[in-house]
Design a protein around this ligand. Structure first.
Ligand code: FAD
Length: 384
């Protein structure tokens, strides 16, 4: 398509951040024929055994699957995931009670987040790992200054469009903050999270695999999602001041004995005592901003535009949906960025803000009511 005198194949789209949303976005732009350059500060995580401090398995739901399907990636990703038909509630006395998701046949798929190379099947898309953006300018010419290359040098690039997919602490968004009439808010919740691994038992999953396992304990909560290697990633959510009270291996055991006794033999005493202290608990932030664009030059998508707390399981899914919404507007506006970008802000901001609010609402609900009458009510609603 033609717009602004240049055809899409002559235009350079710089996607900053090659995480979940950046990698998918690169496919959407490459499919249209743009010259796509993805800049990712980390190594290629497909090669990494451990991704420090980040959850590597996530629940992919309907809105995320739709976005993958549009670029022919749904089957590839879903076939490497594990379907979760139900939630499995673990009571304090060890009793397990399944609660299905939604209607019969409806499933959420647990997927690994190592999709950084999705775009590489397009010859006009290039992944640049170890490239960290540290400065850019939306005025005059667009320059991306990059560091982190093996020789330590910087590099610049002139792009027709910059797509900020660089996560909750976005460097791209910093320039937005300097501009008039840019609304921004961020809220840290009192809870943090910490990840533990539940190993396989005799080569098999230690618990039933096709479930999202939940241990609701009012102000605490632990969840476990299955991985393809037959491990579970357990995530403990808890207020920071409670994390700080646990300082020794014996404290960990006492705490698990009181709240999650059935998980102790499954994770293992020694693993619990050491893994608990491997990384500090991570903070969770909810970020809202508006507008999502600067002129016809730059647009924010994914967590850089709307980081949400993870209790609704929709952060990645909403980011994937950003890609599909932007793509539809590209069709409607004939790829004219001066029309596409404001329209994208107009359409997308209210929906993303609603998802952020729902996630915050679920933060309260999941902890306090997941083991109460509310859950039975939710089950009835889901079944309708
Ligand atoms: P990110 O995944 O943060 O990726 C940003 C990328 O940009 C990173 O690779 C980073 O290295 C790179 N980057 C950053 N700065 C620069 C720079 N200056 N230059 C170059 N590159 C840079 N969502 C779900 O839908 N389902 C779930 O089940 C779910 N569970 C979650 C559980 C937890 C504990 C948490 C914390 C989040 C969860 N989420 C879930 C949310 C999901 O992880 C995020 O919404 C999603 O990762 C956002 O993707 P993104 O690509 O926008 O940002």
């Amino acid at each position: 398509m033609e717009s602004g005198g240049k055809s899409s194949k002559d235009k350079v789209v710089a996607v900053v951040g090659g995480g979940l949303v950046g990698a998918l976005n690169a496919c959407y732009f490459a499919r249209r024929g743009f010259q796509v350059e993805v800049f990712e500060s980390r190594d290629d995580i497909r090669e990494a055994k451990i991704v420090r401090g980040r959850s590597i398995n996530l629940a992919l739901s309907h809105r995320g699957r739709q976005a993958l399907s549009r670029v022919g990636m749904e089957e590839k990703i879903v076939s490497k995931g594990i379907p979760m038909h139900s939630r499995m509630i673990h009571s304090l006395n060890g009793k397990q009670s399944p609660i299905p998701y939604g209607k019969k046949g409806q499933v959420t798929v647990c997927v690994m987040c190592r999709n950084a190379g999705l775009a590489e099947r397009y010859p006009n898309a290039k992944m640049n790992f170890d490239h960290k953006l540290w400065l850019w300018s939306p005025t005059h010419v667009l320059l991306l200054w990059l560091e982190g290359r093996p020789d330590g040098s910087a590099q610049s690039l002139q792009a027709d469009l910059i797509v900020g997919c660089d996560g909750a602490f976005s460097t791209i968004r910093k320039q937005f903050l300097r501009r008039s009439r840019f609304n921004f808010s961020q809220t840290y919740i009192p809870h943090g999270y910490l990840e533990l691994t539940m190993p396989p038992v005799a080569g098999e999953f230690a618990m039933k695999p096709n479930y999202l396992h939940i241990w609701p304990r009012n102000t605490f909560m632990m969840i476990a999602l299955p991985n393809l290697d037959k491990t579970f990633t357990c995530t403990l959510f808890m207020p920071f001041d409670e994390f700080e009270k646990i300082t020794t291996g014996d404290d960990v055991m006492e705490f698990f004995q009181e709240y999650f006794p059935d998980a102790i033999p499954l994770i293992g005493v020694e693993a619990l005592k050491t893994d608990y202290f491997r990384l500090p608990a991570q903070a969770m932030v909810s970020i809202k901003c508006s507008p999502y664009h600067i002129n016809d030059k730059c647009v924010l998508m994914g967590d850089s535009a709307h980081a949400v707390v993870p209790f609704y399981g929709q952060g990645m899914n909403a980011g994937f949906e950003d890609c599909i919404v932007f793509d539809e507007i590209m069709d409607q506006c004939n790829e004219d960025f001066s029309a596409v970008l404001p329209e994208y802000t107009r359409v997308r901001v209210p929906d993303d803000h609603t998802i952020a609010d729902l996630a915050m609402y679920n933060y309260v609900e999941m902890r306090a009511h997941v083991n109460s009458k509310w859950f039975l009510f939710r089950k009835k609603v889901d079944d309708i």
